[in-house]
Design a protein around this ligand. Structure first.
Ligand code: PRP
Ligand code: HPA
Length: 174
């Protein structure tokens, strides 16, 4: 059965925001090379679109962590499912996420990636749900949109693995 999805952010709004983020990142990393870490699966679409709009040299790597059960609530347990291929030593690392919700995934990721000796680590997320934050220490350097506490899909985000392909951000009306 098809779920009813209400549009929260249109494709045009998302595109425009990614362009602005790409410009800000290109300015901030001028004269440097930025190493994008895409957090799969949700971060895939945003990472690719963002990378296209960054004008300084870019390298990319991918990792997959599992932090959620099958529904909409965090389990609190974060596990590396696929690790990075490349070392991070002396790199300017930019972690790219689709959403920061409780902050558990990122709090864990940042701690383990810091131990690998990067020059610096920053965080870029398309969506931020600050009301839901449990891990207050997670500092977001680049956030596309702050959104209310609603379960969203599209642009990489899923509901039971569906809707990742939507080119906009929507709310599933349950
Ligand atoms: O701030 P948090 O509460 O930790 O939630 C954010 C995390 O949850 C989602 O991933 P998910 O575990 O659903 O995996 P997926 O990207 O493969 O869908 C999202 O992509 C973030 O990684
Ligand atoms: O609102 C959300 N939608 C999809 N996946 C998520 N993971 C954390 N929050 C969300």
């Amino acid at each position: 059965m098809e779920d009813k999805i209400r549009v929260l952010l249109t494709e045009e709004q998302v595109d425009q925001k990614i362009q602005e983020l790409g410009e800000a990142i290109s300015r901030d990393y001028a004269g440097k090379e930025v190493h994008l870490i895409c957090v799969l699966k949700g971060g895939a679409m945003f990472t690719c679109e963002l990378a296209k709009r960054i004008t300084v040299p870019v390298t990319m790597d991918f990792m997959s962590v599992s932090s959620y059960g099958s529904g909409t609530e965090s389990s609190g347990v974060v596990r590396i499912v696929k690790d990075l291929d490349e070392p991070l030593k002396d790199k300017h690392v930019l972690i790219v996420e689709d959403i920061i919700d409780s902050g558990r995934t990122l709090a864990y990721l940042i701690e383990i990636l810091k131990q690998r000796g990067p020059s610096d680590i920053r965080l870029c997320t398309l969506l931020d749900k600050p009301e839901r934050r449990v891990k207050k220490q997670v500092k977001v350097d680049y956030a596309g949109f702050c959104i209310p506490d609603e379960f969203v899909v599209g642009y990489g985000l899923d509901y039971n693995q569906k809707y990742r392909n939507l080119p906009y951000i929507g709310v599933v009306e349950l």
